[in-house]
Structures are given as C-alpha cells and as structure tokens.
Write a protein that binds this ligand. Structure first.
Ligand SMILES: [Zn+2]
Length: 168
C-alpha cells in the first residue's frame, strides 16, 4: 500500500500558515482512524510540524514598515506558528483560529469540523494557557445574560418562545 504521499515538497520556503495548514490536514485525516489515541494525534502533530518547518529553511522576511514585532511574539520553536499572533487572537467579539486565522464567536465547533481538533488538542498544539478563552468574551457574557433572562432550567427546546427568534 502506498500510504505516504506527503513527498510533494513545494519549491521554495513554505509560509508558516501553510505549515500549520498542512499539519492540520494530515492530523485531521489521521484522527479519523478508529484506533488512534489522543496522545498519538498530539505527538504526530508535533512531529509533523517539525518536519514541515525543516522543509522551509528561510522564513520570509516581512516587508519594511510592517509589523515586524509579530515575529518577536512567536512562541518557542516546539509549537507550530499560530496564524494569528497570540496577543491578537482574542478580541471582544471574536476569537481567531490559530490554525487558519479566521475569526469566530466560538472556536470549538470550527476546530472540530475544520481541523479535527478538540479544545484540549488545540491548546496543546499551540501551548495555550488554560485561561485563554475559546469563546468570544462578549458572546459568553451575552449568553450568560440571556440564560439568566430566560430562567435557567425553565427553557425547553420544544416550547421555544417564538418572539425570541428573529431578535438577533
Ligand atoms: Zn481554523
């Protein structure tokens, strides 16, 4: 069986986002196997990112005048480079996916659907602290306020108040 077809190394250095993308894709495919443990997935992700990074010897220098300090905020070399600098990954309304750089109110579903990662795997992959939110702060406040307003435990899915819908 020809199981490995990762030998199509592109010419020239890979951009860091491509590295993360490639790692995510391989790991996601690997994670669909029934006999795969979480440890295996995480260590595979780490090994793959080492391999892909070593394929790209020269990081592309940012053009003069752009935010060069981004490079200084990159984490230690044993984590894949996030697509978004960590200090910009969370805003009031959005949390940005470090794998692909897209912003969401809640990352959890996106991580699972697009990258095959659980929250825990995602945190491990990027070495994120426990208190790093994966839900936009404004959104969780709103959700908490909403839950309080409708009365915790009283809300029933099949008796949803029709006046709630469309109040977005
Ligand atoms: Zn993503």
């Amino acid at each position: 069986m020809n199981a490995t077809d990762i030998d199509a190394a592109p010419e020239g250095p890979l951009p860091r986002t491509a590295v993360v993308e490639a790692v995510s894709r391989v790991v996601a495919a690997f994670a669909t196997r029934a006999d795969t443990t979480q440890d295996e997935i995480v260590s595979l992700a780490q090994r793959l990112s080492d391999v892909f990074v070593s394929l790209s010897p020269a990081p592309v220098a940012p053009p003069a005048g752009t935010a060069a300090q981004d490079l200084a905020t990159l984490p230690a070399a044993d984590s894949p480079a996030p697509a978004v600098p960590l200090d910009q990954a969370v805003t009031g309304d959005k949390v940005y996916c470090l794998c692909c750089g897209r912003g969401f109110t809640m990352l959890k579903r996106h991580l699972k659907a697009e990258h095959g990662l659980t929250e825990e795997e995602y945190r491990t992959l990027f070495g994120l602290p426990e208190d790093m939110p994966l839900v936009a702060p404004n959104y969780s406040e709103r959700k908490a306020a909403y839950a309080k307003r409708v009365g915790l435990g009283k809300y029933q899915r099949d008796q949803a108040d029709p006046s709630v819908s469309g109040a977005d």
